[in-house]
Design a protein around this ligand. Structure first.
Ligand SMILES: [Zn+2]
Length: 175
C-alpha cells in the first residue's frame, strides 16, 4: 500500500455562481437541464482515456490531485447527482448530507485506486444517475433540496451545478 500523500489544497470557493453565469475557467455555459443525461454520458470515455495514461496516478504539482484522484472524486460526484435528484423526487425539500471531497479522498484512498476499476465505476455511476434523471417529469425540475449550509437547489440547478463540476474536473486534467 502506498503512503497517503499530503492533503491537496482545498478549493473553498462557492461554485454556485456557475448555475446562472457559467465558468470562464473551463468554458462551461449554463446548459438546458433536459440535456443533462447526454452531457454526463459524454464523460466516461474521456475519463477512460485519462485513466489509461501511464502517469494517471502522479500529482502534477504539490497540493494538486492526480488525474486518478480527480477521477475517483468525479465518480462520487456523478453518483451524488443521481442520489440527490432521487431524494428530491421522493421527498419534499430534503437536506443533502455534506460532501467533503478531501475527507472522502483520504477515506477512500483515492491515490491508491485501480484506474481500470475506477473507469468501470464511473460508467456504472453515470448509468445509475441517467436512470434517475429518466424519472424526472416536466413538473419535477423545480422540486427543491437543500445543501447543509442552507443553499437551495432545484433539480434543474443541481444538474447545472454538478455537470459543471464534472466537466471542470476533466478540464483540470486536460481530459
Ligand atoms: Zn469551470
Amino acid at each position: 500500500m502506498t503512503d497517503a500523500p499530503p492533503p491537496a489544497d482545498t478549493d473553498t470557493r462557492d461554485w454556485t455562481f456557475v448555475i446562472d453565469s457559467g465558468c470562464e475557467e473551463c468554458g462551461y455555459g449554463p446548459h438546458d437541464p433536459a440535456t443533462t443525461t447526454k452531457r454526463i454520458q459524454a464523460l466516461p470515455p474521456r475519463w477512460a482515456a485519462v485513466l489509461q495514461r501511464e502517469d494517471a496516478a502522479v500529482r502534477p504539482r504539490e497540493g494538486t490531485w492526480s488525474p486518478l484522484e480527480y477521477a475517483c472524486h468525479s465518480r462520487d460526484l456523478v453518483g451524488a447527482l443521481g442520489e440527490r435528484i432521487a431524494a428530491m423526487l421522493e421527498s419534499r425539500n430534503p437536506t443533502f448530507a455534506d460532501y467533503d471531497g478531501e475527507a472522502e479522498a483520504v477515506r477512500g484512498e483515492f491515490w491508491a485506486a485501480d484506474p481500470a476499476r475506477v473507469a468501470r465505476e464511473i460508467d456504472e455511476a453515470t448509468a445509475a444517475s441517467a436512470a434517475v434523471i429518466a424519472r424526472v417529469s416536466d413538473g419535477d425540475w423545480e422540486r427543491t433540496g437543500q445543501r447543509g449550509d442552507g443553499f437551495t437547489f432545484t433539480v434543474a440547478s443541481l444538474c447545472r451545478y454538478l455537470v459543471h463540476d464534472l466537466e471542470h474536473h476533466l478540464h483540470d486534467v486536460d481530459g
